[in-house]
Design a protein around this ligand. Sequence first.
Ligand code: GLA
Length: 391
Amino acid sequence: METTMAVVLQDSVRTKFQELFNDTPLLIRSPGRVNLIGEHTDYNGGLVLPAAIDKNIVLAIGKRDDDSVQLYSLDQQQTHQATLHTLDRAPQLWPDYILGVVQQLQKRGFALQGFNLVFGGDIPQGAGLSSSAALECATAFALNELFGFGIARLDLALIGQAAENEFVGVKCGLMDQFASVFGQAQQLIKLDCRDFSYEYIPFNTPDLRIVLFDTQVKHSLASSAYNERREQCEYGVSLIQRHHPQVTSLRDATLEQVERYVKPENEVVYNRCHYVVAEIQRLQDACEDLRRDDFVAFGKRMFETHAGLQHQYEVSCAELDVLVDLVRDDDAVLGARMMGGGFGGCTINLVKADQTQRVIDTVVRLYAEKTDKHAQAYVANIAEGTAIINH
Ligand code: GLA
């Protein structure tokens, strides 16, 4: 069921396209994501447990006869122009997510023509809900449809990730793009980032809600610190590899190896690696909790993940910690933790459905008292991945 808001968004994207280009577009949508548990594990060959949510990028696209690329962002009310042969980084960030995808398609030998594109969205930006991955995936999916390339869904997600890695310069893993492309209603995706195998785990628990509290901050060190964490993990692997050449990622490593080979060399790198190896195991245990419908045990693991991200991986921030501390002793909140890359964005909370409004009101009030900032709250519904909009 589409909400009125979703329909309004689709109509305004379509109308803007018609107004600018006097043409009937192909309409695509691609969602943002949440991640229940398994943070900073994807680029370590580990497991993640994301789901697509009912907030989307909606994109309208149509072919051109020349090699020009005409882009318009409805939210920013900005245009950007490029050609297929001059894909430079844009002064404002949003065109890069689109141009990065164009570049990746070209690198893989797909012959593109010029195109017109308009997009808008209802995924809060800078909130750690992967609006950028959604834009990359919407673009890859749209160009694939428009030009009939026949690219498989997994490759569309990989193209989105490569765009982010190479054009935008954030060395992210595959979680966000995979969740956007492969999302299914009421299903979590247990994705193994070592070989991209995956399974859906049902999450239709009428008694619980997934509530996101947005700190409303995004600290500027986010992307450089992200890339630094990745390097630290790779360094940790290289230390273990000297003794165990078969270990090629932290997925292959044990806590004992981390203790033995990384700790004596570098305490900080040890902390990073210890967190990741423990988190991969925690996710496996959390999936067992889900199979037993034991959300109390699952929620406790979410708090443990937060502690690891705060103290060992050090990607949290004061505002995220405040939000987690505010719900720690609330019986209606089974679990809470920071979500995504860190240094701002959202916490994810498992909340008893009948207490949702009370919890939201309390947290928003106390967060304002403690930080002078206004937290935004969202109830996330798990929804379908990237698709064509047919009407
Ligand atoms: C960001 C990245 C993902 C993942 C998370 C942390 O969302 O884009 O690939 O690494 O951070 O789990």
